[in-house]
Design a protein around this ligand. Sequence first.
Ligand code: HMG
Ligand code: MG
Length: 299
Amino acid sequence: MTLPARIHLTEVGPRDGLQNEPENISASTKIDFINRLSESGLSEIEATACVSPKWVPQLADAVEVLKGIRRREGVVYSALVPNLEGWQRASDAGVDKISVFTAASETFSQKNTNGSIDETINRFVPVVSSAHDAGCPVRAYVSCITVCPYEGRTQPSQVASVVRSLLDIGIDEIDLGDTVGAATPADMDSILSEVGQLLPVQSLVMHLHDTRGMAAASCLRAMQLGVHRFDASCGGLGGCPYAPGASGNMATGDLLYLCEGLGIETGVDRSIIVDAGRIIESAIGRPLSGRLYRTESSL
Ligand code: HMG
Ligand code: MG
């Protein structure tokens, strides 16, 4: 079994997690949460989303959060951005990296961003150019890589076609999103063999929601196939407001535990991730679902 010696994690709980919380969480709690995560050894944190507050009111305080966090040296703080207005807000707040987002499904793209796949990619063109002028790298998410909540099964060739369009406009990093958490290890084989014809698998990021409890198995398969960049969410926090029923990302603690067992380095201290989970769990007022978190937070 070939596995990477080390993986790179992006913590997405403060964005992917908190965008889906019905409770009103104060900016100062979000800042405390991110500051604690920053002490864990993580090298990248998606801190918030500079999207329309009418669409995602939970993250209307994005600029306040970005300006309020204590920037730890060596940590990249990124934000989700859908358009030029979002880039302007993120850049004014001093973001290190941005993430644009589209989908492999037309209906999901419309529901999530009020635009077709082509329209979203056209919106990204001036964003990529301004971000690059400012020395800011751009990640692009492709949602619904296995299943769309509105259209059903996605073909890997459709995922590859969207990835090709994103590479054509100069995106620096492609992140493949299993938005509804339907992927199994077999999907990693079929998707990576298609997308791997366009760029090295080692440069891809996998963003696997854990709705059906398959995310760890799928991460392991993706690692065997050469992937070593993953997103994860503290305590399994999260979902997507436009993917009803989907639960949070692969829980950070669970992925760390898997890696520790396999001797794969992450550079992240799992006890600090558990600690950060406590901050957010008391703010949302319900237990976090991550298995490692549930086991270790009460110890
Ligand atoms: P729209 O309504 O078509 O936008 O939304 P618009 O350009 O017509 O603007 C309407 C209003 O929004 C205007 O304000 C704009 O100023 C404002 P008004 O004149 O009415 O007062 N506005 C903004 N305000 C602040 N920041 C902005 C911004 N843009 C416009 N950036 C838009 C189009 C794309 C903006 C909207 O659909 C949107 O914000 N969508 C975001 C939805 C979202 O965040 N979804 C969750 C994240 S994606 C996800 O979770 C999946 C992922 O995790 C991967 C995976 O799991 O697969 C990434
Ligand atoms: Mg997501």
